[in-house]
Design a protein around this ligand. Structure first.
Ligand SMILES: [Mg+2]
Length: 228
């Protein structure tokens, strides 16, 4: 059995900034802070660690209590659906629908998510593109603030649903940032880079991806050959 675990933002879809706008609105509503996300690194990070970073930067070291984190993430989710729906540049990335169709038609492959989004956020983002039906399970930012841990959780859920262990050599984590790649390797799995975000193929390879493709339209055959 092969297990393919996909990141969400810049790997499956691009929301056209809906996530950052929803986070900004959450900070404005809860803390009356404007442009809270300015300068806060987001790509490849978990929702909780992004909010924690912004709270520390805008309010102070002690601001990120579990209660405040939860309140902001709840407000974020309440704005996210609208921001995703209204986003003018939302798109499903090239070749994604085709590769998901192909993989989900195989009896020897399972497809899941490995994303820093809290699960509800990932589901809202994927819903507009009609992609939720491909992903019965995943590891999410709501499972752990640390990416290697949520990748492991995704694999655990896959094994439980498969009813048996899956060889780590057959587990592939697909993402657009060096943090996705590092998390895959840290968890003991294999890493595939896709250059549809801020990093190019060479950068993804240098960060440890065994296979890196420009996107799933161009790189579909390379990817399919690699996972065999
Ligand atoms: Mg990403």
């Amino acid at each position: 059995m092969k297990l393919l675990l996909f990141d969400v933002d810049q790997t499956l879809i691009n929301t056209g900034g809906a996530g950052v706008r929803a986070l900004d609105r959450a900070f404005r509503k809860i803390l009356s802070v404007d442009n809270a996300m300015e300068g806060v690194p987001r790509h490849g990070r978990t929702d909780t660690s992004i909010v924690r970073h912004a709270l520390t930067a805008r309010v102070g070291e002690d601001a990120a209590t579990p209660d405040v984190l939860e309140t902001i993430i709840e407000a974020y989710l309440s704005f996210l659906r609208e921001e995703v729906e209204l986003s003018e540049t939302y798109r499903v990335l090239p070749g994604i629908v085709e590769i998901l169709r192909e993989l989900s038609g195989r009896a020897d492959a399972m497809v899941g998510l490995a994303t820093g989004n809290v699960e509800m956020g990932a589901r809202i983002k994927l819903d507009r593109g009609g992609l939720n039906s491909y992903f019965a399970f995943g590891g999410f930012g709501s499972d752990s603030e640390k990416r290697p841990e949520l990748v492991r959780r995704a694999a655990d859920r896959a094994c439980r649903s498969f009813g048996s262990d899956i060889d780590p050599q057959d587990i592939f984590v697909i993402g657009d940032t060096p943090l996705d790649i590092e998390a895959a390797l840290d968890a003991g799995f294999r890493a595939v880079g896709v250059a549809t975000g801020d990093y190019n193929v060479d950068e993804l390879r240098e960060s440890g991806a065994e296979c890196a493709i420009s996107d799933f339209a161009e790189g579909r055959y390379l990817f399919s050959a690699f996972i065999e």
